[in-house]
Design a binder for this molecule. Sequence first.
Ligand code: ATP
Ligand code: MG
Ligand code: FE
Length: 339
Amino acid sequence: IKILSIETSCDETACSIIKNGKEILSNVVVSQIDSHKRFGGVVPEVASRHHVESITLVIEEALQKAEISPDELDAVAVTEGPGLIGALLVGINAAKAFSFAHDLPLIPVHHIAGHIYASELEEQMNFPLIALVVSGGHTELLLMKSHLEFEVIGETRDDAVGEAYDKVARVIGLPYPGGPHIDRLSSEGTDEFNFPRAYLEKGSYDFSFSGLKSAVINTHHNYSQKGLEVKPENVACAFQNSVVDVITDKAMKAVREYGVEHLIVAGGVAANSGLRNRFESLCSKQEVKLHIPALKYCTDNAAMIGAAAYQLYLKEYFTGLDLNGRSFIDIETYSTTVL
Ligand code: ATP
Ligand code: MG
Ligand code: FE
């Protein structure tokens, strides 16, 4: 089964062709980061325009690299949401046109399901499992009992962790996106601030990062007012320590409490070295099978959408040409619809 998949939910224009859910025949990603950098974040209108410019070329390149013609494909998949509506629509319209022109079934994919299924490109899922999604717009802990069966057991009540990384980076004068910069700096600093850890009520799997963000901003403000220098590497180190402590603690607790043996960590922040190292040591000690996708499959790409689409294809979850983009899609509702 060969599926062509398209992803345009944010600022990457991506197309991939994968065989049987894991064999990657091509994976093309065009990032727009340079265009958004000077604005300090993704500008939706700018993102849509870039997608329009790139989408056809990206699809053509994916076909060329895979050395495949459209009539050898079995389906077309596309990110339906969540994401920026104008950006999503570019990918959706391209997918509809492709599906119509080549008479292929059309598969709508949930972006977060895609992030989780990035792991299937490399290793098979062992159910039940816990999936932790840490990205620019999401921080969620999910329980999966079978393919495409998602149960949310915890989520952020305010900022997503990637968002917190990017905001803190801005405060200490680092370029957008700040996550990788904070990650790099944090290994050069010392934890002189001991920022708060938001564990919330006992037993809760929810997250909150707005207090931590405020602590960073206040510290920065107080130091500046006294004419003192705040070392960015020390802020980065203290911030990352707080984030890693809370996230790993909650994820490992979920693994124990739900009695699962497999933990998947996905999304852009799964590229974080502090988080990867801590999870690796905790999981090896506790004999939990850990899977964190390779860096290029953690951030937005279309191969992960294709991996999820393969499971959807097996369940014959197809849609018509009236498919619309959706900026929010509840993953549990999506799961119920599919199953
Ligand atoms: P969503 O998937 O929730 O819709 P998104 O697609 O914008 O959001 P991703 O592309 O998955 O998010 O991830 C981007 C985020 O990952 C950014 O906030 C970025 O700062 C963060 N990030 C990338 N690398 C690292 C790193 N090494 N450490 C921490 N954060 C990182
Ligand atoms: Mg992105
Ligand atoms: Fe994403």
